[in-house]
Design a protein around this ligand. Structure first.
Ligand code: ZN
Length: 439
């Protein structure tokens, strides 16, 4: 990705935002889970933008310490009150059913029903999002206000679901770059009608893939659309033999709310991806927040587990668990706004541009400064001197941007001029020089 390609992407951001917002709205009504037809239906919509390759892993397959669960599907669910009114209806919001609920059809009293009802007393208007993936159970979620108004008597409950041997579905999209070394962008596709967590991640990942297809990429890119946790563990298990190709990774989540950008570092904490994201945020002119790695959260937990210890960070806006409508019906298509999706998307492009162009160079005139005046160079002398002085094989262009406080793009422009003037030469064999050579 060169500067012109980056500028072309930036000049089309408004159209990209429209596509992301459209896809998010189309995906929103679908009842997804960690397995089942909701995920497959979501891929049908994503395929309008991107030819994702789908993988199905059979129920019962062992993946590390886990087993692929039975496949869950649901067509309907409701509760009818003693007066015959349908008071909870899956068709009005799929959050009303505890995700992975076993089939149920029976009459029971309010007292018997209550242990199966979930609400949030502190947020009485909102429906909570609950799951029961690995414990066979059933339940309904409703607003606390609605719960308080339930009258005594017999209720009819129906959950028309199935839990049977099937498969876990995940998707992958691959772009071959100049090198086989890979950058992974991973999102999860298991949440039902919830937007910031995580349709925002799905649509940003989809459009990044769609747009990078038309760019000359240095790295190869792999985009993962997986159910959270079990999907990441499955993917890592299935791809053991290829993990050493992974150079950088980011988990894309909670990317469309109005909060500032947040970067959660890799477990290692000081890899090239950590530096690239922090450099982008630092020069963005916006407020941002940096968090050290912690072993809970999204799929970075799996990628950064000690056995793999891959360089995965997560670039988001307000982190999961920190915004008040997190995992509730308030995380809807009104909560996520197009300008924030566009802003997050542009930050991802800037990070990828930095990774794509970060190299080590050798100053060809290291004995004293080369005489710059006689060469009629156009870039500021200040920038040229920074690059020449630190192009010693120990510092990458990103390191020089950090040290000099000069934006990475300006470093690239000046570097290109120094190469043209035959003052700088790329070091291609930097294996032992990189501070994070492990990756
Ligand atoms: Zn979530």
């Amino acid at each position: 990705m060169n500067l012109e390609e980056k500028e072309r992407i930036f000049s089309n951001l408004s159209m990209t935002g429209t596509e992301m917002f459209q896809l998010m709205n189309d995906l929103f009504p679908i009842c997804r889970s960690i397995t089942g037809n909701g995920v497959r239906k979501s891929f049908e919509l994503i395929k309008n933008y991107l030819d994702v390759e789908l993988f199905e892993v059979a129920s019962g397959t062992k993946v590390n310490d886990w087993t692929i669960p039975k496949e869950w599907n649901i067509t309907d669910a409701y509760v009818i009150d003693p007066d015959g009114n349908k008071i909870i209806d899956f068709k009005s919001s799929n959050l009303h059913v505890v995700n992975y609920s076993i089939p149920v059809k029976k009459k029971l009293s309010l007292e018997e029903l209550k242990p199966h009802l979930h609400s949030i007393p502190e947020q009485p208007e909102l429906i909570p999002y609950k799951t029961s993936y690995y414990k066979e159970d059933w339940g309904f979620c409703l607003s606390h206000n609605q719960l308080l108004n339930l009258k005594d008597g017999d209720y009819e409950v129906c959950i028309d679901s199935s839990l049977e041997n099937g498969a876990l579905t995940y998707g992958e999209y691959f772009i071959q770059g100049i090198t086989d070394q890979e950058i992974i962008l991973s999102c999860y596709i298991c949440h039902p009608s919830l937007c910031n967590d995580n349709l925002s991640g799905v649509v940003i990942t989809t459009l990044l893939a769609k747009i990078l297809c038309n760019v000359n990429c240095h790295y190869s890119y792999r985009f993962l659309f997986i159910p959270e946790t079990i999907g990441a563990i499955t993917w890592l298990h299935q791809n053991k033999q290829n993990l050493e190709k992974i150079k950088h990774g980011l988990v894309v989540t909670c990317a469309g709310d109005s909060g500032i950008l947040t970067y959660k570092k890799t477990r290692h904490g000081n890899t090239e991806i950590d530096k690239a994201v922090q450099n982008t945020l630092r020069f963005s002119g916006n407020d941002y927040s940096i968090e050290e790695f912690f072993p809970w959260g999204s799929d970075e937990r799996q990628f950064c587990s000690p056995g793999y210890n891959l360089p995965f960070g997560s670039l988001m806006r307000t982190r999961y668990g920190k915004y008040n409508v997190y995992h509730t019906s308030g995380d809807n298509t009104d909560f996520v706004k197009k300008p924030f999706l566009i802003d997050t998307f542009s930050k991802y492009i800037s990070v990828l541009f930095t990774l794509e162009n970060n190299r080590f160079y050798k100053n060809l005139y290291p004995d004293g400064e080369p005489q710059l005046k006689k060469r009629n160079l156009l870039n500021p002398i200040y920038t040229l001197l920074w690059i020449l002085n630190f192009s010693d094989g120990e510092n990458s262009l990103l390191d020089i941007s950090d040290k000099s406080n000069i934006p990475f793009e300006e470093i690239i422009t000046a570097t290109n001029e120094l190469i043209q003037a035959k003052l700088l030469e790329e070091i291609t064999d930097v294996g032992n020089k990189k501070p994070d050579k492990k990756f």
